[in-house]
Design a binder for this molecule. Structure first.
Ligand SMILES: Cc1cc2nc3c(=O)[nH]c(=O)nc-3n(C[C@H](O)[C@H](O)[C@H](O)COP(=O)(O)OP(=O)(O)OC[C@H]3O[C@@H](n4cnc5c(N)ncnc54)[C@H](O)[C@@H]3O)c2cc1C
Length: 446
């Protein structure tokens, strides 16, 4: 097969971070620039091969799996353009393979920041937006809502600059579409002046959190809570924009909380629970009792992002915000009824309604309920129960996390899914950008 860019290698085994998915692509390629990327896409389409871009492999689902050509875009990872806008925002164009930690550092160096972020910063920019990665904040949207432009390499090898005003339908599919619009070569983000957050983290009883939920969610820029099953305790996180600069977290406290407690001790607790499952309730009570409250200020990305070194499995569902209390109560009832042991906390976050076609928060104020399980412990029964419970309230699965739904069900949950498939049929008629997961969740393009 001719026309392959340099940097192309034969079969290489690939695994995702969670070790839930693996692949042996026929070919792995690392284009060094846009021309090499275009050559790869053109060659794949001409020979009827499947091609999939891969980011950091942090999706729990099979979103990034392929048996065809795997394209790594780590070389397309530089700041291209920074354009200040009259409204005080800035449009920043970066290579699509840039990792979020490099993006955050580069933005901070320019006095800028993302409006909102998820829990970690290991993902690539393109990978993160392509599955709808989100953080928390009732007035804030997920990462795709912060995208204003995309450079897309379509299946035919055309390079299209898509935005709300130019190729708007391609833009919709490309800003959250599991890579089905084409390979993203660059992403333009709308960012804001750098800001600091006042972080308040403390344990609170679950009943008090659920009772005062609206005040907590609406009264803070970013609110989330973690509930430890088998206990009545949550860890709450309230983060608010502040001008206060003089309450930094001492380094020893950062190391103690974020490394030793949140990772080393937490990981050790998971191992104990794996060896002796009946200790799980006591371990969870012990973990919540040991949570020291803390208040500090730091740059936004330092507050929003934390290291997650303990490997786990996760399913996450977006539910209408008004249903979240019922969902948590149902999950608590399921734990009581089954006696299932889960040493990992359940995470609840919030987002504003948005208009991104395939967004989990499309058209409705949203709460996210994430169920997580240590990677050495069984997760299936727990995750299936969560999926059944959220089905009653129209729960939409995160595209990058584990779930069992297919396009038949998803079409009823995503009102614009048919539009997404119409655009796929136009820009990728031969199905170059399909894979098994896309076939399952989006179905045929037409
Ligand atoms: C520890 C951990 C914490 C997480 N925290 C959060 C969180 O707080 N919030 C949240 O919403 N999610 C979270 N996630 C999920 C994660 O953000 C998403 O699954 C995200 O898509 C992973 O990004 P990635 O760069 O690893 O992409 P990958 O998983 O490698 O790929 C994801 C998708 O993007 C496509 N893609 C990648 N690059 C391109 C490109 N250049 N062009 C076109 N398509 C492309 C792939 O084909 C695939 O379909 C977390 C995951 C882990 C493991």
């Amino acid at each position: 097969m001719g026309g392959h860019a340099p940097g192309s290698t034969g079969p290489e085994r690939w695994r995702n971070w969670a070790r839930t998915e693996s692949a042996v692509p026929r070919r792995v390629t690392r284009p060094r620039d846009l021309d090499e990327l275009v050559a790869e896409v053109v060659a794949a389409t001409a020979s009827g091969e499947r091609l999939r871009a891969v980011g950091a492999g942090h999706s729990f689902s099979g979103a990034a799996v392929t048996d065809g050509v795997h394209v790594h875009l780590d070389a397309l990872a530089r700041f291209e353009r920074v354009t200040p806008r009259p409204d005080g925002t800035t449009h920043v164009t970066v290579g699509a393979g840039m990792r979020l930690h490099a993006l955050n550092r580069g933005l901070a160096a320019r006095g800028l920041a993302m409006r909102n972020l998820g829990d970690i910063d290991r993902q690539s920019v393109a990978g993160a937006i392509s599955t709808g990665t989100h953080g928390t904040g009732a007035r804030l949207g997920g990462l795709p809502t912060q995208v204003v432009g995309l450079r897309v390499v379509t299946a035919a090898g055309d390079v299209v600059e898509a935005s709300r005003t130019h190729e708007p339908e391609l833009f919709e599919l490309a800003r959250l579409g599991l890579g089905t619009a084409g390979v993203l070569a660059a992403v333009t983000l709308e960012v804001v002046p750098a800001y600091r957050l006042l972080a308040r983290e403390e344990a609170m009883p679950l009943p008090a959190v659920l009772e005062g939920l609206d005040d907590l969610v609406d009264g803070h820029d970013h609110f989330e809570f973690f509930w430890f099953p088998h206990t009545a305790t949550t860890l709450t996180k309230r983060n608010d924009v502040t001008d206060d600069v003089d309450r930094p977290l001492p380094t020893w406290r950062h190391v103690l909380d974020d490394e030793l407690l949140a990772n080393v001790a937490f990981g050790a607790a998971q191992e104990v629970a794996t060896r002796s499952r009946r200790l799980t309730p006591a371990l969870n009570r012990f973990q919540t009792a040991g949570l020291p409250p803390r208040t500090y200020t730091a740059a936004s990305h330092e507050v929003l992002v934390s290291p997650r070194r303990v490997r786990f499995r996760e399913a996450e569902y977006a539910v209408p915000r008004e249903s979240v209390r019922d969902v948590v109560h149902e999950l608590a009832a399921w734990f009581r009824a089954t006696g299932a042991h889960v040493p990992f906390p359940l995470e609840v976050r919030f987002a504003a309604a948005d208009d991104v076609w395939l967004s989990t928060a499309h058209g409705r104020e949203t709460a996210y309920v994430a169920v997580q399980q240590y990677h050495r412990l069984p997760h299936r029964r727990y995750f299936d129960a969560a999926e059944r419970i959220v089905a009653a309230v129209g729960g939409r699965p995160h595209w990058g996390k584990m779930h069992g739904l297919d396009h038949g069900t998803l079409a009823s949950l995503y009102p614009r899914l048919a539009d997404a498939n119409r655009v796929r049929a136009r820009v990728d008629p031969a199905g170059t950008f399909r894979n098994a997961y896309v076939d399952r969740v989006l179905g045929p393009a037409h």
